[in-house]
Design a protein around this ligand. Sequence first.
Ligand SMILES: [Zn+2]
Length: 156
Amino acid sequence: MRPYLLFFSIFTITLSSCGQNSAPSGVGYNYKLSDKQWEDKLTADQFQVLRRRGTERAFTGKYWDNKKQGTYKCAGCNHKLFLSETKFKSGTGWPSFYNVIENGIALGVDNNIGYTRNEVHCANCGGHLGHVFEDGPKSTGLRYCINSVSLNFDEE
Ligand SMILES: [Zn+2]
């Protein structure tokens, strides 16, 4: 188990109460590749964010202002993550969602920048997607702040 896969029970409770499944037990992921295989599969920017937990610059990604209807998937493994109907305008310059597709994501703790944030991973491959904050709108009160480069978009 990776050390950052410690799950916040508060988020487990929050997500459960929304009818969403919480993070998996943290024992590995279904979709696994070596670092070399990931480097071959992904662009340099995708690798930096998905596999090295980087963050793209705000207002530079493909999807922060995307208003089309469709499904957002993991750029690493094509796992379904977010629906366009849960996307909202956050003003942050990153695609923002207030809910996730069931079994879409896993949560971890990111201490990289000196304080704890709730890191959002793809539940299928463990790829880093972004972070979740408790200042979102509507039913959940959550704001999933996601890097465009971590996402593929299937327009309906
Ligand atoms: Zn994935």
